[in-house]
Design a protein around this ligand. Structure first.
Ligand code: ADP
Length: 566
């Protein structure tokens, strides 16, 4: 990814290579069409001079023929044919017949196959592509005239021998030339058609190219296309601006691995082999990876997506990487979270005081009605405090955790035991498959909340008669990394659809089914849970099918979250 890269799409016209015959000027084409006859005539002259010099020096026909061909070659090269109608240059092949006639009649006793010289003007007329029927007819008449001309009394040399020869002898030559001319004409027409079709396709491709280029250039989303060998083939203006932002101070260009790129937190540098373009070049297909580019006040957040491309044989053929600037969005989300955290914090102190005084008031109240009112008020105040606490947790969800050496198996067992009664009351079977001990570096309070929340959800959202199972196991690490703990909570409850799963970890999201069924909840639990798990360097996955059940899987590094900056 360098700024010096030209921002152009592949241009099919540009890649056509060297010019071909059809692209030369008319003057040049006329000269090139005449040259084969000129060269053949020179060969004939040399051969005749070697075999029978008398014919070359003593025959006016021979001199006339060679001179005529040379003169016509000069005319073909000097006349500005483009100023006239294309049919005008036919005058050269037509006069070629006139020059070939005396040459043929003089040299045909020295050399065999002299009549084949007429093939040159015949072919030329046929492939000129204009007035094909007329071209073939003229070619036929020209050849016939050349081959019969010497038989006319008093014209050709060696007249006495000719008179005795049969006039039917040369009859094959014009017909043969007609057939060859016809073949050439058909071939030319089909090539012309192909050329027209190719031209039209190239025009279409060029106009699509222009359209695509305009769209790509006007897009404010950064677009980078890299070929299979890692060369940039397209970088639009928006991407050049973004690239510039990431350059180290004082630089005005540089490769991708030198850009100041950070994880979403804006401070953890991304190692070279985990950079978005490097990963895209490894054929990775990903969506919405958040990275930060640049430093200090100029830092921007980008959402990066990559789509690999494959050729017909399914080999990696490059990648398209798209960078969307989401700085404003990130700032909006952060300020909303700050607002929620501050408001919840401000609510907690008066609420705690209200609950305390309600408690005191209950003890003092003698009237049973007043006690009932106070109990209801206290219950609702406690609910409100619970909600405010959840909001605070949600805002702090992604913040750091305080890990310590803990027995994760015992922590999970405690959570399971504390919901046994609740599960029995709901008519559910609750089973756990836990090792005796599993040491892990976790924040016991936050991990306790994670397990409690997933377990209480499984119980809340599983109808009577269903089952909930909990399992904890240790997974070996790969590539020399430490082991992982995997907690699975499976239920046979309502389950969720694909669409619902997509929004599951958003704040306040609750599925339609549980809202309609008026099952109490805030829709914050899973967002908080996910924040806690991520803060441990882990991940939470969910697999669910509507009407069948759900499985939540939490994976955590046993050795605690990786140190930031690695
Ligand atoms: P709450 O349970 O307070 O509504 P959560 O964030 O914990 O909030 O869960 C969000 C929503 O996800 C729930 O309202 C419910 O619709 C759905 N959900 C969570 N866990 C399950 C589950 N085990 N089975 C079915 N739906 C679930």
């Amino acid at each position: 990814m360098t700024l010096a890269t030209p921002t152009t799409l592949p241009d099919p016209e540009r890649d056509q290579g060297r010019r071909h015959f059809g692209q030369f000027s008319l003057k040049r084409r006329v000269l090139l069409s005449q040259l084969p006859l000129t060269i053949s005539t020179l060969f004939v002259t040399i051969a005749v001079l070697l075999i029978d010099p008398g014919v070359a020096t003593g025959s006016p026909h021979f001199f006339l023929g060679v001179g005529g061909v040379l003169l016509l070659t000069v005319l073909a090269g000097v006349i500005p044919w483009q100023r006239f109608h294309p049919v005008v240059y036919w005058v050269i092949p037509l006069l070629d017949f006139v020059a070939i006639a005396p040459l043929w009649s003089a040299a045909r006793y020295v050399l065999d196959g002299m009549s084949l010289l007429t093939a040159f003007p015949v072919f030329w007329l046929a492939w000129s592509g204009i007035y094909p029927v007329l071209a073939l007819s003229v070619g036929f008449i020209g050849t016939a005239a050349v081959t019969w001309w010497p038989y006319l009394p008093g014209v050709a040399p060696f007249q006495d021998e000719l008179i005795e020869s049969n006039l039917a002898r040369p009859v094959m030559v014009p017909f043969l030339m007609l057939a060859l001319g016809l073949a050439a004409s058909i071939l030319t027409r089909s090539m012309d058609r192909q050329r027209l079709e190719l031209g039209a396709s190239l025009d279409r491709a060029a106009s699509q190219n222009r359209l695509l280029q305009a769209v790509v250039e006007t897009s404010d989303v950064g677009i980078l296309v890299v070929d299979g060998e890692g060369h940039d083939i397209l970088m639009n203006q928006a991407q050049r601006r973004t690239h510039f932002l990431g350059l180290p101070p004082g630089r005005d260009d540089g490769p991708e691995h030198e850009l100041l790129l950070f994880e979403a937190d804006g401070v953890t540098p991304i190692p070279a082999d985990e950079r978005p373009v490097t990963q895209a070049l490894q054929g990775r297909d990903y969506r919405g990876r958040i990275v930060a580019i640049g430093t200090d006040g100029a830092q921007q957040h980008l959402s990066v997506s990559a789509s690999p491309m494959y050729d017909d044989d399914d080999n990696f053929d490059g990648t398209v990487v798209v960078f969307q600037n989401v700085t404003d969005l990130m700032e909006a989300v952060q300020s909303r979270e700050r607002f929620v955290a501050e408001v919840s914090h401000e609510f907690r102190t008066p609420l705690t005081s209200i609950i305390g005084y309600l408690d005191l008031a209950q003890e003092e109240a003698v009237n049973p009605d007043v006690r009932r009112f106070l109990t209801t008020s206290q219950r609702n105040a406690e609910r409100l405090l619970g909600l405010v606490t959840s909001l605070l947790d949600s805002a702090a969800g992604s913040s750091s955790v305080t890990v310590q050496h803990s027995n994760l198996a015992r922590l999970v067992r405690h959570s399971v035991e504390s919901v046994q009664v609740q599960a029995r009351k709901a008519g559910l079977s609750l089973t756990a498959d836990l090792p005796d001990r599993m040491d892990a570096e976790v924040d016991p309070v936050k991990m306790g909340q994670v397990v409690d929340n997933l377990l209480s959800n499984a119980i809340k959202y599983t109808p009577e008669g269903g089952s909930v199972s909990v399992a904890l196991r240790q997974l070996p690490g790969v590539d020399g990394c430490g082991d992982w703990a995997e907690l699975t909570i499976r239920d046979t409850g309502f389950g969720m659809s694909e669409d619902e799963l997509g929004q599951l970890f958003s704040n306040f999201y609750r599925t339609e089914h549980v809202r309609n069924a008026a099952i109490p909840g805030t829709g914050l639990g899973l967002a908080i849970t996910q924040g806690f798990v991520r803060a441990h360097g882990g991940e939470i996955l969910v697999d669910s099918e509507k009407g069948v059940g759900s499985t939540f899987t939490v994976r955590l590094p046993i050795d605690g979250p990786p140190p930031s900056g690695s």
